[in-house]
Design a protein. Structure first.
Length: 201
């Protein structure tokens, strides 16, 4: 297994330093999403590269699509997720991709605006259902699903802005402070993802 943070050949201590330094984190994200590695998601010209994080990667979202989502549901997407979606509008993970050995396998990132597969809802659709159900606060924005079809969410209110949560844990234990927290940021979440090592590597 290799971690997304290893695409640049960085060891764990270096990745931890990157993730605790805001300027280095921003640089890491730009490099991670734009430049040369066989595990990169896309080339600079937008073409999909072999051995990417996703088995199937969708074309980039537009700024208009992201802004429309924000305006419709009255929130501001954290910058690292915004930049990610401007490169690849969701995608499907290879089998056996996960955050850690104890977690469910990850299945896909939801897309913004466009629905690329009939069985994968968009973030827009999920927020519509969320608004109607009135069970999950609207400051939780879903972006990723696991094999159980449970979602990971980024929080967009002032108290927890940019933090990543697994809502199943919160719904099961609503009165425990900090429950369900998976990562301090989307960038941190990406660095935790483990995907199967490509054969021959």
């Amino acid at each position: 297994m290799w971690k997304a943070g290893a695409v640049l050949g960085l060891d764990g201590s270096v990745c931890r330093r990157l993730l605790t330094n805001a300027r280095l984190t921003q640089l890491y994200l730009v490099i991670w999403t734009r430049f040369g590695s066989k595990h990169m998601l896309q080339k600079e010209d937008g073409d999909i590269m072999e051995g990417s994080l996703f088995k199937v990667v969708h074309p980039a979202a537009t700024e208009a699509e992201i802004t429309a989502l924000e305006s419709r549901f009255h929130f501001h997407m954290p910058q690292d997720i915004w930049q990610f979606y401007l490169k690849h509008n969701g995608g499907i993970f290879p089998p056996n991709t996960q955050l850690d050995p104890e977690s469910c396998k990850l299945r896909y990132f939801y897309s913004v605006g466009q629905q690329f597969e009939k069985y994968i809802p968009t973030i827009d659709q999920l927020l519509e259902w969320q608004e109607k159900d009135d069970m999950i606060p609207m400051y939780y924005i879903p972006f990723c699903a696991d094999e159980a079809d449970d979602s990971y969410y980024v929080r967009v209110d002032e108290k927890g802005y940019g933090k990543i949560y697994y809502l199943v844990d919160i719904l099961d234990n609503p009165n425990i402070d900090g429950v369900g927290l998976i990562a301090e940021s989307f960038t941190d979440f990406l660095a935790q993802i483990e995907v199967p090592t490509p054969k021959g590597r």
